[in-house]
Design a protein around this ligand. Structure first.
Ligand SMILES: [Cu+2]
Length: 519
């Protein structure tokens, strides 16, 4: 069950135009469709080493126009790293792009020195070698740069990839697991292009307040691609790799799907849903029954946040078509998946508060109000004049100075500083943290490095069943409070601290991040 706040319902109102079955049966259109590209799997070589090269390239996202891009071992996005529990690998990341980056292993439980946070800078032309010892359950994780304060811009250009942990327990389950055949990765991102076909990217007041607002959805780097898959149960490994946008996903013919895993691994048992909300940085794995061989689309429905409801996100938007009409698949849906430790009956006291703050949100909200956006959302009808005015603000509002950018947002009333350790957490101990939001009414998907945690409660209620397993992103919204139970098995020093931050990358790059040591 997805719980709806009063405000969500209010905003949804009559604009909820989704008409149920068949409304998105656009998969049969005859124009040429791009094939879904499947990122190649990359395992450690015989010497236990993996080489990643962040490089510049070009892609054609829009017909014949070339867009300058970044990618890892390719022009856009990267390979799917596959690591096994118990394995230790050496990763060498080379920076062949003309700006500073880092490489962060999002969701991997590793010491601060290997984490690839903002302190582990890889200058252009340089390499960074680190060891990763894998000791956590099978999960769909990902990697992306984490350089402060320009993570957003390099992720927009394409620096991100999947990191999949495999283990014996998950391997014993009969889940679909043939990569690209019945085990399909979907990296969902939104983008906006300039008139000359380049990625739009500007840190103005609209962006640091609302996050990046694209007007095109890409899946694995293509617009509305299609995939031929095995006929049978199809596993979709979904990464919301968007800078800011959250999605409410549905399958086009209204068939149920079964969520089997959250950020950090398998759930206890599958969760049957018709709709799944996925915030920036989150991953879910789901199984869809494709035994009938009928094509279906994964569709994005409008979300509560007004600016994220601009066209084409103002109605059901098909993201990708899956045609399960190949050879018979072998996977199936087990009734139970993994043993998740029960939350302790007696919870530890709250040892850390993390309040997400927006110091100048009115600077980014007022112009939208003046442009008539909230009124349009309330009316439930898309008004081209309002859409044009808001689009003018998104692209036309001038960039903030760096000083303005870095002081726009914060955690616990302070904008991020690389020089200040914000707090210390105890190692190897159950900890309870309380994450909250001010009065800005923005969703903030909060990511904590160095651990996988469990959500104790969200606004006083238990988490949705699909968020009751291992998580590394805790969404908070509508002035809410989320409590989490976490444990750090490794240390993080003053030189290599862990980060706790909002995964809206424009918030992260404008101060909504804190750093902490573990000892
Ligand atoms: Cu945020």
């Amino acid at each position: 069950m997805v719980r709806l706040s009063r405000r969500t319902i209010l905003l949804a109102g009559s604009a909820w135009a989704f008409a149920g079955g068949g409304a998105c049966d656009v998969g049969t259109q005859t124009t040429a469709r791009p094939s879904l590209s499947i990122p190649p799997e990359l395992r450690a070589d015989a010497a236990g080493s993996i080489k990643l090269d962040a490089q510049a390239g070009t892609m054609r996202f829009l017909g014949d126009r070339e867009t300058a891009t970044y990618g890892v071992n390719g022009p856009y996005l990267g390979p799917a790293l596959r690591l096994r529990r118990g394995e230790t690998v050496t990763v060498q990341v080379t920076n062949s792009v003309p700006e500073n980056i880092t490489m962060h292993w999002h969701g991997l439980i590793i010491p601060g020195a290997a984490d690839g946070g903002p302190h582990q800078v890889i200058a252009p032309g340089k390499s960074w070698r680190t060891q990763l010892s894998i000791n956590q359950p099978a999960a769909t994780l990902w990697f992306h740069p984490h350089y402060y304060p320009s993570t957003a811009q390099v992720v927009i250009k394409g620096l991100a990839g999947l990191l999949i942990v495999d283990d014996e327990e998950a391997g014993r389950l009969p889940l679909p697991s043939r990569w690209g055949v019945d085990d399909i990765p979907l990296i969902i991102q939104d983008r906006r292009f300039t008139p000359d076909g380049q990625f739009f990217d500007r840190m103005n007041a609209i962006a640091v307040t609302n996050g990046y607002v694209g007007d095109i959805a890409l899946v694995n780097g293509a617009r509305y691609p299609e995939a031929r898959t095995a006929r049978g149960w199809i596993r979709l490994r979904i990464l919301n790799g968007s800078n800011a946008r959250g999605y409410k996903l549905r399958v086009s013919d209204n068939r149920s799907f079964y969520v089997i895993a959250s950020d950090g691994g398998l759930l206890a048992s599958p969760v049957e849903l018709k709709e799944l909300q996925i915030f920036a940085g989150e991953r879910f794995e789901m199984l869809v029954d494709g035994r009938d061989g009928r094509a279906f689309d994964v569709v994005a429905l409008p979300v509560a946040q007004g600016i994220m409801r601009l066209p084409p996100f103002d109605g059901p938007l098909p993201l990708v078509t899956i045609r399960p009409d190949g050879a018979d698949g072998a996977g199936r849906l087990p009734s139970s998946l993994a043993v998740l430790p029960a939350l302790p009956w007696r919870l530890p006291p709250v040892s850390q508060e993390l309040a997400m703050n927006m110091f100048h949100d009115m600077r980014g909200m007022m112009p939208l109000q003046q442009a008539g956006l909230p009124a349009m959302i309330q009316s439930g009808k898309t008004d081209p004049a309002v859409v044009a005015r808001v689009a003018d603000l998104i692209v036309g509002d001038s960039a903030l100075s760096q000083a303005e950018q870095l002081s726009s947002n914060g955690v616990n009333r302070k904008p991020f500083s690389l020089e200040r350790i914000d707090f210390t957490a105890a190692r190897d101990k159950d900890l309870r943290w309380r994450i909250s939001e001010g009065r800005d009414r923005m969703p903030h998907p909060v990511h904590i490095h160095g651990c996988q945690f469990r959500i104790i409660s969200r606004d006083g209620e238990p988490p949705e069943p699909e968020r009751a397993g291992w998580k590394d992103v805790a969404p908070i919204s509508n002035g809410g409070v989320t409590e989490i139970l976490l444990r750090f098995p490794y240390s993080a020093s003053r030189d290599d601290p862990y980060m706790a931050h909002c995964h809206i990358l424009e918030h992260e790059d404008s101060g909504m991040m804190a750093q902490f040591t573990v000892s």
